[in-house]
Ligand binder design. Structure first.
Ligand code: FAD
Length: 457
């Protein structure tokens, strides 16, 4: 007998329940990845992520070949392609991981019916892309938790399934058509500081992180210049790493840092369970605040300055430039640039979320859209009126100014925290830094505008 394993956001061989189930139930398996036309059409085909996707697929193919198999790559309508591959291999069963977006749910249902109409069966496996299945941790009176703290308390009470070893051998039948594994695309279109992707690289990063970095995480995760977070988000996004395995290994490493790290993985699960329950939150406000976001030429000019890292607030600009250069941004940076766009400039969170998705190598619907909503105060944040002051944030999370000098070379000559407020320099000195713009907005005016707007709540 033959089964199909459909890989989606779980591009790995370690701890892969659908692959294990397929191997246990049949003699040969068809490992398939379909470049889903609908995902591309929805604007998710950003060059940075396509490059990492290509790394992951190449690595998965290499891992399968080492085990006697290979990866089948197709593109087009996912349902048609999976049905065709199952037909070519005469496979009765198709295994895949559960996912949370509205698109993923609809696609799963279409696939189930199309397979059933052909006498085949779809098996959907939970806890592959998340630690716990969305919907498995719920309060008494609702289908999901809307506040993180009580969610996390309950999340911690659940046992996490044991991770599975990678298979030793994978036999793939002949006669199933495949396209070549894609390459990274035009290097000129990519952020120059993009990491390498794929399961092997990811496992090296995970091992190094758990050996050393994680121990300082509780104290240092917010330190912008220290850059002391795991940077495993792209690996988790593509599923080159299993979140289940990460939780087990972090808990085994132990200590305050590991606990704080596991808490962040629970945040990831949290946003996934919100999106699973409220798929429209990918585009519409989770909670309406009756915002009438700024539009028009002035708002567009402000947005353009924000995207280019030329707002005149060095900490905001440093973070925006890191995003462009690396396809990644530190979480503290994401929080403060999102607050700046949506609250200080009062521009719609969707504008910011879209820009992030064009560049972020870890950009995904659940984490990006719901973190944006959290930061904008339209989401699950319990303090929707909080506004982060960029200068206060800069002094706190980049006390020596190292992060700003790294990303804003025009200001590299300014020592210490003076780099955070170039507008305070005496006129004669300020002219030496004329390449760097003046602030595009007065913070007090921005705050007033936001308070007046949100006052309508
Ligand atoms: P670490 O601090 O090492 O955390 C470990 C892992 O926990 C991360 O890799 C990530 O998977 C998860 N995690 C940490 N913080 C969060 C969080 N707030 N929400 C959900 N998961 C979290 N993360 C994404 O993976 N994709 C996105 O598209 C994304 N967009 C964001 C947009 C905004 C406006 C904000 C404020 C945050 C966003 N985040 C997103 C969350 C967070 O910033 C990144 O996950 C984190 O910076 C990745 O770096 P790291 O792997 O070093 O994180």
């Amino acid at each position: 007998t033959t089964s199909v394993v459909l890989f989606t956001r779980d591009l790995r061989l370690h701890d892969h329940p659908p692959l294990r189930a397929a191997l246990d139930g049949s003699d040969t398996v068809v490992p398939v990845f379909v470049r889903d036309r609908a995902v591309d059409a929805a604007g998710f085909a950003a060059p940075n992520r396509l490059a990492l996707l290509a790394d992951c697929l190449r690595d998965l193919d290499a891992g399968l070949r080492e085990r006697g198999g290979r990866l089948i790559v197709r593109s087009g309508d996912l349902v048609e392609e999976v049905c065709a591959a199952a037909g070519e291999a005469d496979a009765h069963d198709v295994h895949m991981a559960a996912d949370v977006s509205g698109h993923a749910h609809r696609r799963e249902e279409r696939l189930r019916s199309a397979l059933e109409a052909r006498g085949r069966r779809l098996h959907v496996h939970d806890a592959v892309t998340t630690v716990l299945a969305p919907g498995s941790v719920t309060p008494a009176a609702s289908d999901h938790f809307a506040v993180f703290t009580p969610y996390f308390r309950r999340w911690g009470e659940h046992s996490v399934r044991e991770p599975l070893a990678a298979p030793r051998r994978v036999r793939v039948p002949g006669g199933v058509g495949s396209e070549p594994v894609p390459d990274r695309g035009d290097p000129a279109a990519l952020s120059p500081g993009l990491p390498a992707g794929g399961e092997r690289e990811a496992r090296k990063r995970m091992a190094a992180w758990l050996r050393t970095g994680v121990f300082g995480y509780a104290d240092r995760h917010d330190d912008l210049s220290g850059d002391a977070t795991s940077r495993l988000s792209p690996d988790l996004h593509f599923g080159a790493l299993s979140p289940v395995e990460l939780v087990h290994r972090a808990r085994r490493a132990g200590g305050e840092g590991a606990e704080a790290f596991v808490r962040q993985l629970a945040w990831r699960d949290f946003h996934h369970q919100v999106l699973a329950a409220r798929p429209h939150a990918s585009a519409a406000d989770y909670r309406t605040r009756h915002d009438r976001w700024r539009t028009g030429a002035a708002a567009e000019a402000d947005t353009a300055a924000w995207k280019d890292g030329r707002t005149g607030y060095p900490i905001v600009d440093a973070a925006m430039r890191q995003l462009r250069h690396e396809g990644w941004m530190h979480n503290r940076g994401r929080l403060l640039v999102a607050s700046f766009l949506t609250k200080t400039l009062y521009v719609d969170w969707r504008v910011g979320a879209r820009h992030f998705l064009e560049l972020l190598v870890d950009g995904d619907v659940a984490n990006n859209q719901l973190n944006w909503q959290w930061a904008a105060g339209t989401g699950t944040d319990t303090r929707p009126h909080r506004v982060l002051n960029p200068t206060t944030q800069a002094r706190r999370f980049d006390p020596e100014g190292t992060y700003v000098r790294r990303w804003v070379p025009e200001l590299a000559g300014l020592e210490g925290r003076a780099v955070h407020e170039p507008w305070r320099l005496p006129k004669a000195e300020r002219s030496a830094y004329a390449a760097y713009p003046d602030p595009i907005v007065d913070l007090a005016e921005g705050l007033d505008r936001f308070k007046r707007a949100r006052g309508r709540d």
